[in-house]
Design a protein around this ligand. Structure first.
Ligand SMILES: *Cc1c(COP(=O)(O)O)cnc(C)c1O
Length: 443
């Protein structure tokens, strides 16, 4: 990093660190909110994503000119798999077309199918649910722990039945689900664990990389993720049998030695392979992964120290075992009672007007109409009795998650990649909105 920039950043952040509140460059927290006609706290955009330079250009040109764009001809995907396994400490890595296909391949390799149940959280990206439905299995939702935004591991055992074929915790936002509890109950009941690690690259549980503790760990390299090749995915596992099953499934049921004109098959499969271009791009992006991840952690930790002081703002708590948070999202809960009743939607709008883009995050997945429609479809009804679907619906309540979905506020990972003074501005905007909350609520 440039010496001058570092110094400037340090100077900008120093007074704030001492006082525990934001620096007030012009109008400060006392200034009129932008939504009420004041000057916004921030005019500059946050750091853009992705970050690239000549490294990516050279990598892509190399593949382009080689004419070997498919993993069966080239070496790029093989190299990426080796590098990602080394980086995470996993025995095996299989690259896939995207994160959704990594999850689907894992569940298929573990034999999940019609009649089975898969335990998962309702607070996740829709792909976690879709892969269960694509295998004609039943998604069984376990309520969220509102404090951490993760699946409430204490409630998993109560959701297990004799049809439970997998537990699929999600390390939401890059923080870790409670793996001690999840792995203990999974071992006791002999149920495989598929970690949805799509948001948690380089995250850790007790100093081991997330995605290496379950039977498989699934990653996404989609454009928004902390490691990005536009689309892309990977499965980590320490199990040689599972990785071979995954390989065959993602390669139209053709195993590693089953190449060329050997047209013999052992099971069902799909083509979910990664291209050589994706792998080359990932190798280039990986040269910055560790550094970017450290910057996010430093900024997020500093931001938490400021936001935690603001009444009505509760940053997501991490479980004790989470030794590293990947901060794909910066998440906190908003209590409007401490903001003169200002509804969350208005709070988000006011933040946006101050130049701080924020989102309210997911809506309750377990209540999605498409879910009910799928379970009531002729295909599902051919597999599941009416009684079983009704029993599923009776159990499908996640009141903590319903509340969480109404309180959550997210910042995206790229907002954590700039100087520390960006965090001061975020805190300043929240202070300003709180100070003028009554006026904003009336406007
Ligand atoms: C992004 C994501 C996925 C899906 O990954 P894709 O690469 O977009 O297919 C699955 N689960 C979670 C939690 C995600 O964030």
């Amino acid at each position: 990093m440039n010496e001058t920039v570092t110094r400037r950043r340090f100077l900008a952040a120093a007074p704030a660190a001492g006082a525990g509140i934001a620096v007030a460059p012009v109008a400060g927290a006392g200034g009129k909110p932008a939504l009420l006609g004041g000057a916004p706290v921030r005019k500059a955009p946050f750091p853009s994503w992705p970050v690239t330079d000549a490294t990516e250009e050279q990598a892509l040109t190399r593949v382009l000119r080689s004419g070997q764009w498919y993993r069966g001809n080239g070496q790029e995907v093989n190299r990426f798999e080796e590098a990602y396994a080394r980086l995470t400490g996993a025995k095996f890595c299989l690259a896939t077309a995207n994160g959704t296909s990594a999850l689907l391949t894992s569940l298929a390799a573990l034999g999940v199918g019609p009649g089975d149940e898969v335990i998962l959280p309702p607070y996740t990206f829709v792909a976690t649910v879709n892969v269960v439905l694509m295998l004609n299995a039943l998604p069984v939702f376990v309520d969220s722990d509102r404090e951490t935004f993760q699946i409430d591991a204490r409630k998993i055992e109560g959701a297990i039945s004799d049809r439970t074929a997998a537990i699929m915790p999600v390390h939401l936002g890059g923080s870790a689900a409670d793996l001690d509890s999840i792995l203990a109950v999974a071992r006791k009941r002999k149920i495989p664990v598929v970690e949805d690690t799509c948001q948690a690259h380089l995250g850790e549980w007790r100093e081991r990389k997330l995605g290496t503790l379950g039977d498989t760990g699934c990653f996404s390299f989609q454009a928004s993720k902390n490691l990005n090749s536009g689309e892309g995915g990977a499965i980590l596992t320490n199990n040689a049998d599972i990785v071979e099953k995954c390989f065959a499934f993602h390669n139209n049921s053709r195993g590693r030695r089953n190449t060329g004109y050997d047209f013999s098959y052992s099971a069902r499969g799909l083509n979910l392979r990664m291209t050589e271009f994706q792998a080359a791009l990932l190798m280039a992006q990986m040269t910055r992964l560790e550094r970017q991840s450290r910057t996010r952690t430093e900024n997020a930790t500093y931001l938490t120290s400021m936001l935690a002081e603001i009444p009505g703002i509760t940053p997501a708590r991490m479980y004790h075992g989470c030794t590293r948070n990947a901060y794909h999202l910066y998440m906190f809960r908003y209590d409007k009672e401490k903001f003169a009743g200002l509804p969350r939607a208005k709070f988000l709008k006011a933040l946006g007007a101050e130049g701080i883009p924020a989102s309210g995050g997911y809506s309750p997945l377990n209540k999605e109409p498409f879910l009910k429609n799928t379970l009531e479809s002729p295909g599902y009804q051919a597999i599941y009795s009416k009684k079983r679907i009704m029993a599923w619906a009776d159990r499908n309540h996640c009141p903590e998650n319903d509340r969480l979905c109404g309180e959550a506020v997210w910042f995206t990972q790229n907002m954590l990649l700039g100087p520390r003074s960006d965090m001061d501005q975020i805190a300043e905007a929240v202070h300003r909105i709180q100070k003028h909350a009554a006026d904003l609520a009336r406007a």
